[in-house]
Design a protein around this ligand. Structure first.
Ligand code: FAD
Ligand code: DHB
Length: 389
């Protein structure tokens, strides 16, 4: 098989890239290791920056998002069970869209199907070759048969554990990492959200976050040790702990019910440089991971897609090389800003095992400063709604 761009990974970034390129007349093949149901079963991000919303529109998949998603003009932060609001709209005239990654992915699959896009599911042993030549290709196995895709470019949209990043020689690749000493225990429940907006809570027992998917579906997280056995967290234990950490009036209103999903995710910051090697480009979690505090992971994957799809269109349709030459540098500048913001939000809102009395006071003061200073709230708002592309 021959195509122009072979995309490894059919998560949100791979599907969006494929869709945007196809709309510009560029052929793609997407190779995904898992089944479609498996990809759609993953409960992950929930908040879209307005730039991501615009990309969904550009990809022709904005209709259901605008119908069913929730536009949020602010969020709550809470310290010691007392909340205060960051008014994105009032401070900088911008907002975000609450629309789950599962729905984003579902809409992108529907759009790819409608355009007869090629997505190979359950492709095993995916392996890129000759990435530093003018004729790269990718091999994979499907139903016991080996296949080969010849292409102009290979794009690694295959997440943190994918094969693409590992193709960059160790002498070229530099990685930067911070692993946080805690995880997030997430619960999805068919209950009405506790508030119209999100609540990010700092508490002496640990961080908590109240989020949502729709009027009948809530998403909650609490900071927990990564190696805690899930059995320890019965639904009752989870709800009791969440109630302790959020503002008192929210705790009183909280409607609880059985969890329909429960999992613990580790938190890390990770950046790989460069994001291009020869004819290989890295996009999204394949190149960088942020801790989820601040909701940047999916949005950062989308901003990479923004830069790369423009660069590939310019190269393949108009023979302009500047975009692809500069892709890594341009994408990394924004990646590092989101990495900084996610690290800062994580540091400000979580309880660290070795937190000293000094660290504790600094954290309290950071939150008090945010509450009292328009400048500080503006900086948070500007980063939360997403820096410009
Ligand atoms: P992915 O979504 O990881 O997609 C990569 C795809 O590549 C997958 O479908 C995978 O099956 C496929 N793949 C992997 N290896 C191969 C291979 N060798 N061959 C073929 N295909 C392959 N962000 C938030 O903002 N908020 C959250 O609450 C949040 N929660 C998260 C929870 C978890 C457990 C994880 C892992 C991430 C979470 N994130 C969250 C981050 C966010 O979901 C990611 O940033 C986003 O999914 C990145 O999209 P992506 O397309 O780059 O990668
Ligand atoms: C959600 C996840 C986040 O990491 C975040 O910062 C906000 C919302 C969510 O899953 O809804």
């Amino acid at each position: 098989m021959r195509t122009q761009v072979c995309i490894i990974g059919g998560g949100p970034s791979g599907l969006l890239l494929s869709q945007l390129l196809h709309r510009q007349g560029i052929e793609t093949v997407v190779l995904e290791r898992q089944s479609r149901d498996y990809v759609l079963g993953r409960i992950r991000a929930g908040v879209l920056e307005w730039g991501s919303v615009a990309m969904m529109e550009e990809a022709g998949v904005g209709a259901r998002m605008h119908r069913e998603g929730f536009v949020h003009t602010g969020t709550y932060l809470s310290a010691q069970n007392r909340g205060f609001r960051i008014d994105f709209d009032g401070l900088i005239g911008k907002k975000v869209m609450v629309y789950g990654q599962t729905e984003v992915t579902r809409d992108l699959y529907a759009a790819r199907d409608a355009m007869d896009g090629v997505i190979v599911h359950e492709a095993s042993g995916v392996q890129p070759h000759d990435l530093d030549s003018d004729a790269p290709y990718v091999t994979y196995t499907k139903d016991g048969t080996e296949h080969r895709v010849d292409c102009d470019y290979v794009v690694g949209c295959d997440g943190f554990h994918g094969v693409s990043r590992k193709c960059i020689p160790a002498s070229v690749l530099r990685t930067f990492e911070r692993v946080y000493p805690f995880g997030w225990l997430g619960v999805l429940s068919e209950t009405p959200p506790v508030d119209d907006e999100l609540i990010y809570a700092n508490h002496e027992r640990g961080f908590a976050l109240c989020s949502m998917r729709n009027e009948r579906l809530s998403r909650y997280y609490i900071q927990a040790p990564v190696d805690d056995p899930l059995e320890k967290w019965t639904d009752d234990a989870f709800w009791d702990e969440l109630r302790r950490r959020i503002p008192a009036e929210a705790a009183e209103r909280l409607v609880t019910g059985p969890s329909i999903e429960k999992s613990i995710a580790p938190l890390r910051s990770f950046v790989a440089e460069p994001m291009r090697w020869g004819r290989l480009f890295l996009v999204g979690d394949a190149a960088h991971i942020v801790p989820p505090t601040g909701a940047k992971g999916l949005n950062l994957a989308f901003s990479d897609v923004h830069y790369l799809h423009k660069a590939l269109v310019a190269q393949l349709n108009d023979n302009e090389t500047e975009g692809i030459e500069r892709y890594s540098e341009t994408a990394l500048a924004r990646v590092w800003k989101a990495t900084r913001f996610s690290w800062w939000m994580t540091t400000m809102l979580h309880r660290f095992p070795d937190q000293s009395g000094f660290d504790q006071r600094i954290q309290e003061t950071e939150l008090a400063y945010l509450e009292s200073s328009v400048a500080a709230r503006t900086a948070l708002a500007e980063n939360y709604v997403g820096l410009p592309f």
